[in-house]
Design a binder for this molecule. Structure first.
Ligand code: COI
Length: 361
């Protein structure tokens, strides 16, 4: 019994954050540390479908110690942002794509599918309740919808009880202080995903499985890891939290094809913006040899990574056991910066929305 067009009635918290404290937090929120006063929530049970939809006070969750998510990681999540517009209103960026990916992830992790309209409604209702928490540009309100298996049961099968929540977090850039570009460690041993696995689902398990590689990247003074395919350790996949794209000297914007990587909303948007920047978007496999040779001979001129949290981050160098690779002159590329500027202009409402990408809250 799916809830079509479910409402998320607002039960206001009795103890909202005082305005002065909130404004202090909004002045420098960092990434992923500050949370708003409310959550949107819905409960699913096998017999009843989705019910008990609401926006209510953000409080610690009560879970039975045997809740399936704590043992078998039956969990999915999304990431999207609410942007303050020049007229003071608030807009979401392509939430329909997050809703569709969330449904895809739910099917892969054997979790209940939340109807797309309910997903968008939950997110919208939360942003309305916590509207005062939407910061001024360049910061935004990062929204984290997720579903967890809550059933207390240690047998291994899809849980018959789950909870959907959306938590909101005012956020600045993921790579603060790294505007001059980030470096990636090419992981030639640890992989993120294999064919038939969960690489194209946004589930917590993928991120847990990437943490050891991310720690290796840090040990090698890199900001993040670049994963290669699991079979040959040869083909570029994605970074732990971002998709990866290359600009070539002959005017292509090349990125690995979907399959074992996440179908990023920013990735897709940038591919759609490419033509306006004189670039032809190409989705094809890229080998690590091609990356090395292209950076060395100048046929690859720029590399950047995309993500909702990361937006567009220039990649200026790679490190690996086989040696370092510098991209271009080691500074952010022209196309990278232009795509970044256009994307932010669309998201923050500074240019007309010719593609219907903004949804007013
Ligand atoms: C996002 O960009 O929304 C992500 O999910 C990355 C996050 C894990 C930091």
């Amino acid at each position: 019994r799916p809830i079509a067009q479910a409402r998320f009635p607002h039960v206001a918290t009795a103890n909202p954050t005082p305005a002065a404290q909130r404004d202090g937090l909004l002045a420098d929120p960092g990434f992923g540390r500050v949370f708003t006063d409310h959550v949107a929530t819905a409960t699913w049970t096998a017999g009843e479908g989705w019910h008990d939809t609401a926006v209510r006070a953000a409080e610690p969750l009560t879970l039975h110690p045997a809740a399936a998510v704590l043992h078998y990681a039956q969990e999915i999540f999304e990431g999207l942002k609410a942007y303050r517009q020049p007229d003071g209103s608030v807009a979401l960026f392509r939430p329909d794509l997050n809703a569709a990916r969330f449904a895809h992830s739910a099917r892969r992790l054997a979790l209940p599918v939340l109807p797309a309209e309910s997903f968008v409604e939950a997110v919208t209702a939360l942003v309305r309740a916590d509207e005062a928490w939407v910061p001024e540009p360049p910061a935004s309100l990062y929204l984290r919808p997720f579903t967890v298996a809550t059933e207390a049961f240690l047998g291994v099968r899809p849980a018959e009880e789950a909870r959907f929540l959306v938590t909101a977090s005012p956020a600045g850039p993921l790579f603060a202080g790294r505007e001059a570009g980030v470096t990636l460690w090419i992981s030639d041993t640890l992989s993120r995903a294999a064919p038939g696995g969960t690489g194209d689902a946004k589930c917590g398990g993928n991120y847990a499985a990437g943490l050891a590689a991310q720690a290796l990247a840090k040990e090698h003074a890199c900001d993040q890891v670049l994963f290669l395919d699991a079979r040959e350790h040869r083909w570029l996949e994605e970074s732990g939290t971002m998709n990866v794209l290359l600009v070539t000297a002959d005017g292509e914007l090349v990125t690995p094809p979907l399959g074992t990587i996440l179908d990023g909303v920013t990735r897709r948007s940038v591919l759609e913006l490419a033509a306006g920047h004189g670039l032809t978007a190409v989705e094809r496999p890229i080998s690590v040899e091609e990356l090395r040779a292209g950076c060395a001979d100048g046929s690859i001129t720029e590399v950047f990574a995309t993500g909702t949290a990361a937006v567009i981050s220039p990649i200026v160098a790679f490190r690996s056991t086989a040696g370092d690779v510098v991209v271009g002159d080691g500074t952010p590329g022209e196309r990278t910066l232009a795509l970044h500027a256009e994307l932010l202009d669309i998201q923050f409402g500074r240019v007309p929305d010719t593609r219907g990408w903004r949804l007013s809250v």
